[in-house]
Design a protein around this ligand. Structure first.
Ligand SMILES: *Cc1c(COP(=O)(O)O)cnc(C)c1O
Length: 372
């Protein structure tokens, strides 16, 4: 249609086909104390060193940050044993996921992800004008054979969250390698390892080795989860030099701000703080799994810092549980948009929050609806 026929600007049809990402709720009205367990943030907060570094930036707000985030990339490289030249930073890993989609997908292409995969994937695939294709999962877990069966000559990118959000399940490194081995060399495999630091399984790997030994794998990471800096928006990717080069050409020139750079560097230096976060998770993840399952709620085994809870049929629905918990200040995440209408996702919180959720779910499952 020619431009002068239209009475106002019209976005691309594939943009309007996107359902905007809806973040987890943060509040509960009329409740004195709110425990936000809806976005997989750490209950321990960031390292005090990161807070101090953040504050120090207040004296320099007029100056542009280092557009290439060199010192942050070097700090990441040191911490994870990587080459800083193969790292790119972004305004959260969401930024990087979108940049990867825009660099490698165009109309006519397909971007592949899994049935209950992170919802950012279909959004960034569509925003690049490509078609999202979901591969079925088995037992709420990515299925390599299903993924490979969906690969066509149009497939250009595969997004795999490992571990996956919201299910908490993961693929072993052997399975990830089998997936990679089955992909044509022109397909970019994006391994989103946002929760890698929490995983304590010896058959898991975040993907560093696969990136280092292939031309079509990129791993994304974030400071939003174990480092407790979600508010600052810091993500990064490690990939082959040619992928980093492509993404560098289209990223915002200052896509990581100075406060994020300084806080990120300081957070990396505080290994004791991240160890504390892992220890907290190692204690509470099995504790919550055990006590919530004992109530007759199905808990998917998770290796992350969150749990997927499936409510039984009947009156004790996920929707009713969500309302009941919210009224008591426990804000979990509804996952209807993930195709999981009978589930809620719960982030591992403080001891008080975790014990409070179990106590509230105990009365909820017994059918005590007073005050709900
Ligand atoms: C939380 C999360 C991220 C992190 O996003 P940021 O933009 O870095 O905050 C990435 N991928 C998955 C699967 C997540 O759950």
């Amino acid at each position: 249609m020619s431009g002068q026929m239209l009475s106002r600007p019209v976005p691309r049809a594939d943009v309007m086909a996107i359902d905007a990402y809806v973040p987890g709720k943060s509040g509960a009205s009329g409740v004195a104390k709110v425990h936000k367990l809806s976005s997989n943030e750490t209950p321990l907060g960031p390292s005090p060193l990161a807070i101090e570094a953040f504050r120090s930036v207040a004296d320099h707000l007029a100056l542009y940050p280092d557009g290439s985030a060199s010192r942050l990339r070097e700090a990441i490289a040191r911490r994870y044993g990587l080459d800083a030249a193969q790292i790119i930073c972004g305004n959260g890993s969401d930024d990087i996921l979108a940049l990867l989609a825009h660099a490698y997908l165009q109309p006519g292409d397909e971007g592949l992800y899994t049935q209950h995969g992170f919802l950012e994937y279909p959004i960034v695939i569509r925003s690049a004008g490509a078609a999202p294709v979901a591969a079925a999962e088995t037992d709420l877990t990515a299925d390599v054979d299903q993924l490979l069966s969906k690969v066509t000559s149009k497939t250009k990118v595969v997004f795999l969250a490992n571990p996956n959000n919201p299910t908490g399940t993961y693929l072993s490194f052997a399975e990830v390698k089998r997936l990679h081995a089955g992909l044509p060399p022109y397909v970019l495999l994006v391994l989103d390892a946002a929760y890698a630091e929490y995983v304590t399984r010896n058959d898991y790997a975040s993907g560093i080795e696969l990136v280092a030994t292939s031309e079509n794998v990129v791993m994304t990471r974030t400071f939003s989860k174990i480092y407790g800096l979600a508010n600052l928006r810091i993500g990064w990717a490690y990939g082959p030099a040619h992928v980093i080069d492509a993404v560098n050409r289209i990223r915002g020139p200052f896509n990581v701000n100075g406060a994020a750079i300084e806080a990120g560097i300081a957070a990396l230096a505080d290994a004791a703080h991240t160890q504390k976060a892992v220890a907290h998770n190692d204690h509470w993840l099995p504790w919550l799994t055990k006590w919530i399952a004992a109530l007759g709620i199905e808990v998917t085994p998770s290796v992350g810092n969150f749990l997927l809870l499936r409510f039984p049929d009947g009156a004790r629905t996920a929707k009713a549980a969500d309302a009941y918990l919210t009224a008591r200040g426990f804000v979990l995440r509804a996952v209807v948009a993930y195709g999981l209408p009978d589930c809620l996702r719960m982030t591992i919180g403080t001891a008080e929050a975790n014990e409070g959720v179990v106590a509230a779910l105990t009365t909820f499952m017994k059918g005590d609806e007073r005050g709900a």
